[in-house]
Design a protein around this ligand. Structure first.
Ligand code: HCB
Length: 214
């Protein structure tokens, strides 16, 4: 199963084809993480076409739904299976910030962190900064991860940093941010600890922040 076939399945907006090509790729021994990467590439192409005015909102929805479903139903269980031996590396509170309902990337990051051995508390999407802070306090989290896909929702990441500082948790809690408009520079500017461009990197960053050997 080639990367092109998976991308074409997403671009054809055919949910059955997306599931079928994904399952075929797994049956051929492809790593589920690589398949997630290919599906992500396809969504980026859809986003670019949306930006260029070639696709409309209905296309975003029609492309995202099958991808989200196949990740949840087919790929996440595979990723978890691959890491059968559980070890708790630390607690992570994860969510998509207020004003933003994009949760595909956040869900993938959560699944990969879980598969790597972290205890993940997914607090959902469209979540105000205070809730990240409250949950981090409640579960005694070591990491808070926040996803933002809209430039308009980026300032909520800054509010999370401020909230963690105000709650007196800054010494204990590491802050990791991601999402399409997020950059290393932005994370530095708001006083965060780590930026991850994708879910694989999120696992590496989380480990690095807690001083865990990769
Ligand atoms: Co949406 N949308 N969308 N959208 N959407 C984007 C994000 C645009 C960039 C498209 C574009 O214009 N090129 C754009 C944002 C522009 C901007 O602000 N800069 C946009 C827009 C404008 C909108 C609406 C406003 C459209 C409208 O209504 N007119 C609207 C917003 C609604 C709202 O949130 N209030 C909207 C709606 C939608 C949906 C609902 C149709 C759908 C989301 C479905 C869902 O998530 N359940 C959607 C989608 C699918 C996209 C694109 C096409 C793909 C996003 C995605 O899932 N990517 C996206 C285009 C793009 O991103 N270039 C487009 C795949 C995942 C795997 O990647 O980047 O999310 P990811 O996550 C990565 C990575 O960032 C990192 O790891 C993840 C896994 O590898 N990561 C973290 C993410 N979070 C992390 C947290 C950490 O701590 C660490 C790492």
């Amino acid at each position: 199963m080639s990367e092109e076939e998976i991308i074409n399945a997403v671009l054809s907006f055919d949910a059955e084809k997306v599931t079928e090509t994904t399952k075929k790729a797994l049956n051929q021994g492809q790593d589920p993480v690589k398949v997630v990467d290919e599906l992500t590439k396809a969504l980026r192409i859809v986003g670019k076409k949306f930006e260029d005015g070639e696709f409309f909102l209905m296309h975003l929805v029609a492309a995202a739904e099958p991808v989200q479903r196949v990740i949840k139903d087919v790929l996440e269980p595979e990723m978890v299976k691959k890491k059968a031996e559980r070890k708790s590396l630390g607690k992570v509170v994860l969510g998509t910030v207020a004003g933003d309902i994009h949760d595909i990337g956040k869900n993938i990051v959560g699944a990969m962190l879980f598969a790597a051995g972290f205890e993940v508390y997914d607090i959902g999407k469209d979540i105000p900064a205070e809730q990240f802070v409250t949950k981090a306090k409640e579960v005694n989290a070591r990491i808070v991860g926040a996803s933002a896909l809209l430039s308009t929702s980026l300032p909520v990441q800054r509010e999370i940093v401020e909230g963690i500082v105000a709650a007196g948790l800054r010494d204990r809690v590491k802050l990791m941010f991601g999402g399409a408009p997020v950059t290393e520079e932005w994370v530095k500017e708001i006083g965060g600890d780590g930026y991850a461009e994708n879910a694989m990197e999120a696992v590496n960053v989380a480990k690095r922040l807690l001083g865990i050997q990769a």
